[in-house]
Design a protein around this ligand. Structure first.
Ligand code: FAD
Length: 397
């Protein structure tokens, strides 16, 4: 089987790129993905907050694959970049002129002993998995008092703001229902601070104070004991590393994350132990194979791993792939733009937009987006999902 352009992964990145290639007149594009359903994952924050349901975040993959693009419903298992081939789980051999690799991220539950087992109990959940976000909503709704612990790892994760959003939305619910004063809310993260862009960090510190949340930085979750309901953290401080154990009655965890196994074990990876695909951070071409490009969560470009970043990466990849195939110099450049819509309460959102320079990079004219706003909440709740399905996945923006 040969296709001029082969795309691995039909998630946010794969479908956006395929649609743009079709609009550019490419008529031999194949999209390989085994999944029957396509999810709009940013809404999982609101599923976990009990504001919408999982069904509303999901559409059949067949309805989002652009017309004229061949969908191969199979999983890629091996790459041979020297031969310009890949193999699928069902044994098919596919050759290409250009390859675009975007199979997303793997949730590494196994890295923290006891974490998977904890997720089976009635005291722990996560907005990071389709089957656990509805459970989170239910546990938050039923919780009346005790220790509520929210943990996030230091590894790059998709939507690094999402663990905080889970903390704020739960705290807001508990405040509205009058039980927050009986709940000890802790947000523990392997990261060194609340957020890397000072202008937004200041607003988030105010949110933390408003709810009375205890923050613990440089706290990496290393073990969970679901029977004793304890979580152990490796804490890095000025004198080195120590371990500390906290009890919990409610636990939300964003698990550590890494590149999918078939990527980690392939010749496409580089030095990075988490297996991200090494690309030029501006042109998004593979550092060793000029006919391979990568974007989205799986690549090692040091942007915040978000759908918003993909919105800016997709046109760059399309332009550079078409240039490469046409024998021209690829010149399009990605500036590291990403956006994180911090839902800080029901009806309030802070839209943090920034780029590689880690300075605010607002794209919405006339309004001050460096504060919590109710119009931004409407954007998150209704505007962005509509934009995603009708504009971004159709290659229109
Ligand atoms: C709780 C949560 C909240 C978020 N909030 C936001 C937000 O507010 N704003 C924002 O911009 N982003 C947000 N994100 C992040 C955003 O959803 C991701 O960054 C984005 O979906 C990544 O796109 P992708 O195409 O790289 O991966 P995905 O969209 O995850 O798609 C990967 C695809 O690859 C396929 N695949 C996997 N393995 C194989 C294989 N072997 N062969 C072929 N195909 C394969 C999968 O089936 C899947 O369809 C959030 C994510 C989560 C979990």
């Amino acid at each position: 089987m040969h296709h001029r352009i082969v795309i691995v992964g039909a998630g946010t990145a794969g479908v956006s790129v395929a649609a743009r290639l079709r609009r550019a007149g490419e008529d031999d594009v194949a999209l390989i993905d085994p999944a029957r359903d396509h999810f709009y994952q940013p809404l999982w924050t609101l599923v976990g907050a009990g504001i919408t349901n999982m069904q509303r975040t999901k559409r059949p993959q067949s309805s989002v694959v652009p017309k004229g693009v061949r969908w191969i419903q199979d999983a890629v298992s091996e790459f041979d970049p020297e031969e310009r081939t890949l193999r699928t789980a069902s044994g098919a051999l596919v050759t290409y002129d250009a390859l675009i690799v975007c199979p997303g991220i793997e949730l590494a539950w196994d890295v923290v002993p006891g974490l998977s087992e904890a997720m089976l109990t009635n005291h722990a959940a996560s907005n990071y998995a389709a089957h656990l976000a509805p459970k989170n909503a239910e546990l938050v709704r039923r919780f009346r008092g005790g220790d509520a612990l929210f943990a996030a790892p230091a590894t790059p994760i998709k939507c690094p703001g999402a663990p905080q959003k889970a903390t704020y939305m739960a705290s807001d619910f508990w405040q509205r229902t009058g039980v927050l004063k009986g709940i000890n809310v802790t947000f523990a993260t392997g990261a060194g601070g609340i957020f890397g862009v000072p202008e937004f960090a200041r607003v988030l510190e105010g949110v933390v104070e408003r709810y009375g949340i205890n923050t613990r930085f440089s706290n990496e979750l290393v073990r969970v004991d679901p029977d004793a309901r304890t979580a152990t953290f490796e804490v890095t401080n000025s004198s080195g590393k120590v371990t500390e154990t906290l009890g919990y009655d409610f636990l939300h965890v964003a698990p550590p994350q890494r590149a999918p196994q078939f990527v980690r074990e392939s010749p496409l990876t580089g030095e990075n132990p988490l297996g991200w695909i090494p690309v030029d951070r501006h042109q998004l071409n593979h550092v060793r194979y000029p006919e391979i490009y990568s974007l989205g969560d799986v690549c090692d470009a040091p942007n915040s791993k978000t759908g918003a970043a993909i919105r800016r990466q997709a046109p760059v990849v399309v332009s550079n792939v078409l240039a490469m195939l046409g024998g021209r110099e690829p010149t399009a450049r990605y500036d590291g733009y990403a956006a994180c819509p911090f839902t800080t309460a029901r009806g309030k959102m802070l839209l943090a937009e920034f780029d590689y320079s880690l300075t605010p990079h607002p794209t919405i004219p006339f309004i001050n987006t460096q504060r919590e706003r109710s119009d931004m909440w409407l954007l998150k709740r209704y505007g962005l999902p509509a934009y995603y399905w009708n504009v971004m996945l159709r290659g229109l923006g």
